[in-house]
Ligand binder design. Structure first.
Ligand SMILES: Cc1cc2nc3c(=O)[nH]c(=O)nc-3n(C[C@H](O)[C@H](O)[C@H](O)COP(=O)(O)OP(=O)(O)OC[C@H]3O[C@@H](n4cnc5c(N)ncnc54)[C@H](O)[C@@H]3O)c2cc1C
Length: 457
């Protein structure tokens, strides 16, 4: 034995939910841990928007549970499925299905709440929390003194220290403009979104417009308002939706834009959307922007040649369309902690690279591929057409397709129309061609008959 657990030191830069999770995990694994943040704890909770919706499913919850952390499944409203509706370029109502999550549930927890609670535990258990904006020069001296240095500063921050992996980063620019707002005023019982699913407000609702973008509503746990709802919208470059999203400058205006969108395009969900209210105690309950999907190297070098590991959004930025970013970061954090706990040697370039390679093979590559499928990447357009049509006629396949958000791995091998057919056959036990032959355009989606005053009576 060259060292004992109690003498090893780790530095984590960035106190978003991924950095805090890794810091707490390393502390519990016997490391002496210092966590650096450019904001103090109160500011992390109250002065910034949540990084994203951060919907996560069973495999990610298991990673958190393996670290001994709360998964929030007892506190957050649960997602038990996803209802999908797809309209064509002429707004023709084409595909509708309601996929149930089989054997797992989703929760979308305010990243600020999760980071805040984990930060309190971290400090309570003896972790050192330092408020400081870490520069590349400062990182050099921190990495020189620590056995293991993790950089979890999000998509911006110190991410430039890690080279973009061109083979895994096919997009030169963001594929969508994003608008998100979390709201209150809407419950989660069967009367909500009942036109989409018998599960009502336990299923989130996704609407896809071929030429404009996508809109999604899902149950959410907000740091102040508690059980609530999140809207997340994606606008294609050059679309009318993109112009509308760009005009948002407050939670009120964001919700107004969303209402207008549902009135003009997605009227089947309009009554629910109209009953939503802004969360007045949180001026940061909304966000707009865009994410260029990129995968970076797992290893970076400081000016003095010390090795540091990337983590979370610093390793990979995902467009949120398939909900992979937070899930990926938490799984990566848990794997790193578990490997570090039993490693009896230096945390050198070789060790960090090996952990990252294994993480990409186990999760990261599949997460990226599924994101490209849901983005409608031309490379997967025909495959996607088959999979979504099969979901519309076969409930078991609808579950499998929405299950890719939970475990993207089955999609890794689907690289041709023949492989897509094999996937359909494997899940349904039926010949794929027979399944697809039953597909017919939806015609007209059922509209909501939701009555807010009756629901709250
Ligand atoms: C609109 C939207 C919706 C999303 N929805 C989902 C979803 O449904 N499911 C899912 O899995 N993922 C989703 N994501 C992705 C998810 O939100 C992120 O992957 C995750 O929250 C990133 O966490 P992080 O801790 O890695 O980074 P961040 O949350 O960005 O944390 C980084 C922290 O580092 C700090 N920092 C930066 N630079 C420095 C410095 N130099 N020194 C010290 N501190 C620094 C920052 O201030 C910040 O506090 C979504 C993303 C977006 C944008």
């Amino acid at each position: 034995m060259t060292s004992t657990n109690s003498t090893r030191s780790a530095v984590v830069i960035g106190a978003g939910q991924t950095g805090v999770t890794a810091a707490l995990g390393l502390l519990d694994a016997g490391f002496e841990v210092t966590l650096y943040s450019d904001r103090d704890q109160r500011a992390l909770r109250d002065d910034v928007p949540a990084t994203g919706t951060a919907l996560e499913f069973g495999e990610t919850q298991q990673a958190e549970a393996a670290l001994g952390l709360d998964t929030y499944t007892a506190r957050a409203p649960r997602h038990t499925g996803l209802s999908v509706r797809i309209a064509g370029p002429e707004r023709e109502e084409l595909i509708a299905f309601d996929g149930h999550f089989e054997g797992y549930a989703g929760v979308a927890v305010d990243t600020r709440l999760k980071a805040d609670e984990r930060l309190t535990s971290f400090q309570g258990r003896g972790g050192r929390f330092v408020v400081e904006q870490v520069t590349p020069e400062r990182l050099d001296s921190l990495a020189a003194a620590a056995d293991l240095t993790l950089v979890a500063t999000g998509r911006g921050g110190l991410s430039e220290l890690f080279e973009v992996d061109p083979a895994r980063s096919p997009y030169a620019a963001p594929q969508r403009s994003l608008l998100t707002v979390t709201v209150t005023g809407l419950g989660h019982d069967e009367s909500v979104f009942a036109h989409r699913s018998r599960a009502g407000g336990a299923h989130s609702g996704f609407s896809i417009f071929a030429d404009q973008g996508e809109g999604w509503w899902g149950p959410y746990l907000h740091k102040d308002a508690g059980p609530s709802w999140a809207f997340l919208g994606w606008a294609r470059p050059g679309s009318e939706w993109e112009k509308r999203f760009a005009a948002a400058d407050s939670a009120e205006s964001a919700l107004g834009i969303v209402r207008g969108l549902y009135r003009d395009y997605i009227d089947w969900d309009l009554p629910e959307v109209e009953s939503a209210r802004v969360i007045t105690e949180d001026p940061h309950s909304w966000l707009k922007g865009a994410v260029r999907p990129v995968v970076r190297s797992g290893v970076g070098h400081t000016a003095g040649g010390h090795v540091v590991a990337s983590l979370g959004d610093t390793s990979a930025a995902y467009d949120p369309i398939a909900g992979q970013g937070a899930q990926s970061g938490l799984i990566q954090a848990q794997r790193l902690v578990a490997a570090a706990a039993v490693h009896d040697g230096p945390f050198d370039e070789r060790w960090i690279s090996e952990q990252y390679r294994a993480f990409l093979a186990a999760r990261g590559d599949a997460a990226n591929r599924v994101t490209r499928l849901f983005l409608g990447d031309p490379e997967f357009a025909d495959i996607g057409g088959q999979l979504f049509a099969a979901a519309a006629v076969q409930p078991r396949f609808a579950s499998a397709l929405v299950g890719l958000l939970h475990r993207p791995q089955p999609f890794l091998g689907v690289d041709s129309l023949a492989a897509a057919g094999d996937f359909i056959t494997e899940v349904t036990g039926e010949d794929a061609a027979e399944v697809l032959a039953r597909f017919q355009p939806a015609g007209r989606f059922e509209r909501s008959a939701f009555n807010a005053s009756l629901a709250s009576a």
